[in-house]
Design a protein around this ligand. Structure first.
Ligand code: IPE
Ligand code: IPE
Ligand code: MG
Length: 251
């Protein structure tokens, strides 16, 4: 892909994206409500943010509520919104202390007003922090993102010498690197309309544990797994420069 992805032997992903799945099944296995599963998921989220920030990952994008999750029962959706409001309030001071900038991607127009206000406040309060960029996808869908970008791109009339890079600038992730490592927990092997354009060349890691059970051990294993990938971006790697295609790099 012009402009955004070049072969790299970097062992640490610049951009990690996580589909935090399995809260409901985690709760069900314990005879708890789905909302209690989401609360337990928040603990795992806190662990993951700390972990990736300490590892030096520059951008972390977390999928917390999809466009399609609006179709869930009203009480679950409302409980999630309440959880997001209280989580933003509770977590913001530590994020700022750690030098983390928090932004949100997705269509927030139909969110409750108090949630929208908290989101905007958190973005403003943490703006300019440079240790890590934490992006939380709320009301997010990859197709929504591509469509809103396409509308604005067409309206701009701007093609540019490198249209893919120009178009990327209209996505909700403008300015961020493409996803290097995409992790989905909870055992399902699908993208579920997450960062479709941005994950074009991501390494995809699907792991079984439900999100509330994910500890730094699994996350560390994920980074180690990523470091062993040989990323070719469609090219042929010269012999002697690393493992043959199909082999796993020992790097
Ligand atoms: C992911 O967990 C969190 C959200 C989608 C909000 P789920 O709620 O999808 O949990 P499962 O997949 O039903 O176990
Ligand atoms: C994806 O999980 C969305 C989030 C983790 C926020 P889902 O549980 O909504 O995805 P499906 O329905 O299993 O594809
Ligand atoms: Mg799920």
């Amino acid at each position: 892909m012009p402009g955004s992805s070049t072969p790299s032997s970097e062992a640490l992903p610049a951009h990690v994206a996580v589909i935090m799945d399995g809260n409901g099944r985690w709760a069900k296995a314990r005879g708890l409500s789905r909302s209690e599963g989401h609360r337990a998921g928040l603990e795992a989220t806190r662990r993951a943010v700390r972990f990736f920030a300490e590892q030096g990952v520059g951008t972390l994008t977390l999928f917390a509520f999809s466009s399609e999750n609006w179709a869930r029962p009203r009480d679950e959706v409302e409980a999630l919104f309440e959880l997001f409001v209280s989580a933003i309030e509770a977590e913001l001071p530590e994020l700022v202390e750690r030098g983390i900038a928090l932004t949100f991607i997705g269509d927030r127009a139909n969110f409750p007003q108090d949630l929208q206000t908290r989101m905007t406040d958190a973005e403003q309060t943490s703006a300019g922090n440079e240790h890590m960029h934490l992006v939380v996808a709320l009301g997010y869908g990859g197709r929504w993102d591509i469509l809103q970008a396409a509308r604005r791109w067409v309206a701009s009339g701007e093609e540019g010498p490198d249209p893919e890079t120009t178009f990327s600038g209209y996505l909700s992730t403008a300015g961020l690197p493409d996803v290097d490592l995409l992790i989905r927990t909870g055992g399902e092997c699908r993208i579920s309309n997450f960062l479709l354009w941005q994950s074009a060349y991501a390494e995809l890691l699907f792991i079984d544990p439900f999100w509330p059970d994910v500890s730094t051990v699994e996350l560390q294993e994920g980074l180690a797994w990523y470091a062993r990938r040989q990323r070719r971006f469609g090219r042929v790697i010269a012999s002697g420069a690393g493992p043959e295609p199909g082999e796993v790099s020992s790097a």
